[in-house]
Unconditional design. Structure first.
Length: 345
C-alpha cells in the first residue's frame, strides 16, 4: 500500500472483527510502525493478542460512542479504518436507537477525533444495505455516509480526508450465513433459508480489504468507493454448501426476517451517472454544490440519462458450481473440509 509507508501508525476501530483481523495481518506484512486495535470486547482482544503475537499491535479498550476514548486512541495516528458497527439487521430492528448511537453518532465521534488529532485519512466501512434502506441498520449506515460527506462539504480545507467504502456480503465474516449453513449441516439439520430466490452480493474478506486499500490510494474528501461484485441466490448458496459437505440438498424455508429485502443495491442509477469507473471499483464523488441553487434552477445542470441501479438482481450471477469454487477459496471452508475428512478417515 503506497500510502502507508513503513513506520506509520494505523488505528482500526472494531479491530477484533473479521475485517479488522484480516486488515491487521495485511498491515503487518507492510511493516507499518504501529497498529492500534480499538474495540470494547476485552475477551476478543486477548484472543487476538494470543493469535497474532506481534508487539507492533496495541490494543485499546473503548467504545466509539465515547469521544474521549477515541481521542486517546487517535493520538499521533496517521490513518484510521473505521469498522466498528452494529451489523445484525434483526437486532437493529428491535433496538434502532442503539444502531443510531453506534453507527451514526459513533462514526461522527471517529470523524471528530480524527480531525482534532490531525489524522491524515479516514476510511469508513459501509454496506449495500445503506442504499434504498428499509431497515434500521441500513438507515444508520446511510446516515454514516452522510456524516462523511457532510464533513467534506463543511470542511473543504481540512487536512483530514474522510471517505467511505461500500460493499455487499463478505463471505464467512462473523454473523454471516455461510458458517451458519455449515454448522447446521454438521449438526444434521437442513440449512435455514428465508427465501431461496433472494439475491445477495458475494465477496471475500481479502476483496473487502482490497477495496479499503484502493480508497486509501485514490480517495478525495467525501468519495464513496464501491466494489463491483458478483451475486447469487440464497437457494443456490445453500445448495452449494450442501454439495461441498456431501449433505442432502434440502432447505428449511423460514420466511423473510425483520428488515430483509429480496435484493440489495450497491450503487443507484443516480450515483452511476456521476461515478468514475476503475474497472473493479466505482468511485462516486461528492456532490460539492453549496446551498445556493439559483444556478441549477435557472440554468439547469446537464446530466446523462439514468439507466438502472447496480443491484444483486442484475449483477453477474454465480451458478452453483461457481459458488462452490468461490467457497473452496476461503481458508475457513478449507479448514472445515479438512476437519471433516480427518473425522471420516
Amino acid at each position: 500500500m503506497s500510502v502507508l509507508p513503513a513506520g506509520r501508525r494505523v488505528l482500526i476501530t472494531g479491530g477484533t472483527g473479521s475485517f479488522g483481523q484480516t486488515m491487521v495481518r495485511r498491515l503487518l506484512d507492510r511493516e507499518v510502525g504501529e497498529i492500534r486495535v480499538f474495540s470494547r470486547d476485552e475477551a476478543k482482544q486477548e484472543a487476538m493478542r494470543q493469535a497474532i503475537g506481534d508487539e507492533r499491535v496495541r490494543y485499546h479498550l473503548g467504545d466509539v460512542r465515547d469521544l474521549a476514548s477515541l481521542m486517546r486512541a487517535c493520538r499521533d495516528v496517521d490513518y484510521v479504518f473505521h469498522a466498528a458497527a452494529l451489523k445484525q439487521v434483526p437486532s437493529c430492528e428491535f433496538f434502532p436507537l442503539e444502531a443510531v448511537r453506534t453507527n451514526v453518532l459513533g462514526s461522527a465521534n471517529v470523524v471528530e477525533a480524527a480531525e482534532r488529532n490531525g489524522v491524515r485519512t479516514v476510511v469508513l466501512l459501509s454496506t449495500d444495505k445503506a442504499v434504498y434502506p428499509v431497515n434500521a441498520m441500513g438507515m444508520s449506515k446511510a446516515l454514516m455516509e452522510k456524516v462523511a460527506q457532510g464533513h467534506a462539504r463543511n470542511h473543504p480545507s481540512s487536512a483530514t480526508t474522510i471517505s467511505c467504502v461500500r460493499y455487499g456480503n463478505v463471505m464467512y465474516s462473523r454473523g454471516s450465513v455461510i458458517p451458519l449453513f455449515i454448522e447446521q449441516i454438521k449438526a444434521g439439520r437442513a440449512p435455514t433459508v428465508t427465501d431461496p430466490r433472494m439475491t445477495r452480493f458475494l465477496m471475500s474478506l481479502d476483496e473487502s480489504v482490497d477495496l479499503v486499500e484502493h480508497a486509501f490510494e485514490h480517495a478525495r474528501a467525501g468519495d464513496i468507493f464501491i466494489r463491483k461484485a458478483a451475486a447469487c441466490t440464497i437457494g443456490d448458496l445453500a445448495e452449494a454448501v450442501c454439495h461441498l459437505f456431501d449433505a442432502p440438498v434440502k432447505l428449511d424455508l423460514i420466511g423473510l426476517r425483520h428488515g430483509e429485502k429480496p435484493d440489495e443495491t450497491l450503487a443507484t442509477r443516480e450515483e452511476l451517472l456521476l461515478a468514475d469507473d476503475f474497472g473493479d471499483f466505482f468511485r462516486v464523488p461528492l456532490d460539492a454544490r453549496d446551498l445556493n441553487y439559483e444556478l441549477y434552477v435557472s440554468e439547469g445542470e446537464p446530466r446523462g440519462v439514468a439507466t438502472q441501479d447496480f443491484n444483486s438482481a442484475n449483477a453477474p450471477r454465480l451458478d452453483v458450481p461457481q459458488i462452490i469454487e468461490a467457497l473452496r477459496s476461503l481458508p475457513e471452508v478449507r479448514a472445515e473440509l479438512a476437519l471433516r475428512e480427518s473425522v471420516l478417515a
